[in-house]
Ligand binder design. Structure first.
Ligand code: ADP
Ligand code: MG
Length: 278
């Protein structure tokens, strides 16, 4: 099970938003997509889950062009969880998870015993059986995200796309969500905001800046002060996590009167590696 982006570029309203994106997420790998607000993370993910069409390049699932698959086939291969949001319908939690079964059913087909077993199993795996008869819209943010992951599981897709799945969650829920996702053993590409948290869970991290990948590799290789300054214009101290050895980022304050440049007079945007965008 692999996900491969090959020279992907995407235009929105006549403007090129992302260019020349190449990345591979191997079988069972958890890869992170990071970069500042507006750098194109969601645009790339939406192109993978077919909201946008590529202007150039391809999205390949196990070597097959995703655009060549029908909608149901694509949904059986690829599940998506975005930021926590309210449902416009007053579904129970169980009904919400059952929606994940849609690509496995014909129109108006009743829920089968298999559907019920898969839904039970999905809720068990995220530890949310006790919430089954609650109204989805009454859940906390963390509970909602777990249920949306259960829905993705019920879809039985082996590729999972996550767009900032832990936004607005407290530190326990952030770790819990990523721990659950890691335990699934599926191939994951996740846009994540918290770089230290990304380093704890991702085997590879791809850094975007202005629609291009400017660094990619293991968290330790990629999450350096130089790369973070180049991509985000932020001055950070990077230390090793005492338990895991993964990079942990500590922000430095911006000194007043320095034009927003970080303390210490570091020249902005020294590329960690040549950046074709600049
Ligand atoms: P990120 O997820 O990294 O914050 P996005 O992919 O959402 O970034 O956005 C990248 C850029 O594309 C931004 O400049 C954003 O304004 C622009 N963009 C995204 N969607 C649209 C749209 N539907 N119409 C116009 N511009 C868009
Ligand atoms: Mg986004």
């Amino acid at each position: 099970m692999s996900l491969h982006l090959d020279d992907l570029s995407v235009d929105i309203a006549g403007r090129r938003i992302v260019s020349g994106i190449g990345l591979t997420v191997g079988d069972g790998e958890f890869a992170g997509l990071v970069g500042p607000n507006g750098s194109g993370k969601s645009t790339i993910l939406k192109t993978i889950y077919r909201v946008h069409r590529p202007a150039t390049g391809r999205v390949l699932l196990d070597g097959t062009d995703l655009l060549g698959l029908g909608h149901k086939e694509a949904a059986r291969r690829l599940a998506v969880v975005t930021q926590e949001s309210a449902s416009e319908f007053d579904f129970t939690v169980r009904e919400m998870v059952m929606i994940g079964r849609t690509p496995h059913k014909r129109s108006f087909e009743r829920d089968t015993s298999t559907d019920h077993a898969v839904v039970d199993h999905a809720m068990e795996r995220v530890g949310c059986q006790r919430l089954a008869s609650r109204r989805f819209n009454t859940l906390s943010g963390g509970e909602k995200q777990l249920i949306l992951i259960a829905r993705a599981l019920a879809q039985q897709a082996d590729h999972l796309i996550l767009d900032e799945p832990t936004n607005h969650l407290d530190i326990h829920n952030q770790v819990e969500i990523l721990e659950v996702v890691t335990g699934l053993g599926v191939t994951v590409l996740a846009a994540l905001h918290d770089l230290s948290l990304a380093a704890l869970f991702c085997s590879a991290i791809h850094v975007l800046r202005a629609g291009r990948i400017v660094a990619a590799g293991s968290p330790a290789d990629v999450l350096t002060p130089e790369t973070i300054l180049h991509a985000y214009g932020a001055d950070v101290l990077v230390i090793e996590h005492p338990d895991t050895g993964t990079p942990h980022l500590i922000p430095r304050r911006i000194q007043p009167g320095t034009d927003g440049h970080p303390v210490g007079g570091i020249a902005p945007a020294q590329p960690a590696r040549p950046d074709p965008a600049s």
